[in-house]
Write a protein that binds this ligand. Sequence first.
Ligand SMILES: [Zn+2]
Length: 314
Amino acid sequence: MRVLAAEDRIEPGMIEPYAIATVRNVMATMWRRDDREVRNRHRVFDPTQPDDVENVLVASEEQLAINEALRRLTDRERQVLLAHEVSGAATQMLADEAGSTAGAVAAQLKRTRARLRVEYLLALDHIEPPTDRCRPVLLALSSADRRRQREVDAARHLLECDVCARLSEPLLDRGPVRDDVLHVTIGADPDIVSARRAARDLAAQAGFTGTDLTMLATAVSEVARNIVRFADNGDVTIELLERPRRGIRVVARDMGPGIADVEAALQDGYSTYSGLGLGLPGARRLMDEFNLVSEAGHGTTVSMTKWFDPKGSA
Ligand SMILES: [Zn+2]
């Protein structure tokens, strides 16, 4: 199942070597787990052993590995990644600064993330790759770049190199390839900005421009704000559609108290938070399709879609 899940990420010639590496990894993991259970058995009854010590240690190890991995990026890579992920700069803004395009910045971010994953795994295991060929192979796996995997003959290398065989799994076993879906957890005001930015980024990559981009981002802000105000937490999923035609679908979910009178809530002027923002009626006006389902005590789901207009807008 793991090999099939990674099928989209690897070139066809690598299926068999990857399957062999995966089986070895699974066997090794099972052996380590059994071994650890045997060694730790007596501790189950040890009342002096706080059970989260191991978790705390693991968390700080991971933090150190992330710092080390960030340090290994170039200054430029680190700057752009942190500006985007931490400070929240949109790809379009970064592109304007660098005299580039949103698409090029997105591609660069994708390469940087792929490199960060490789360096993180190496730092976590405290290993340096044994050969000069390892990093190019690991990078080709991490970025799911099948052409590059062929160029560096990743298939042969996986069979010859234990380190790369072991790291191939966390690099490839990341679920299906979805560059076209963004997921934002909503819990506080800053998350509204994150959701807005995610929607802008994805829509800009899809070709949305001008007013369409602003309308979409504003609608996403409004549904995210609605979650923060009325439900405390929830999530927003933003998805690029290609069928029946290109568009952006936004689904906002929360497990809050629900809306008792949906019809009333969608009337203009209805607002229980004293006129801040456009609210749900505003979001509905800004999108092409809008659907709201709510159940008292069980939360609310808003689904809305904006279709791409190739003529663009002013
Ligand atoms: Zn290697």
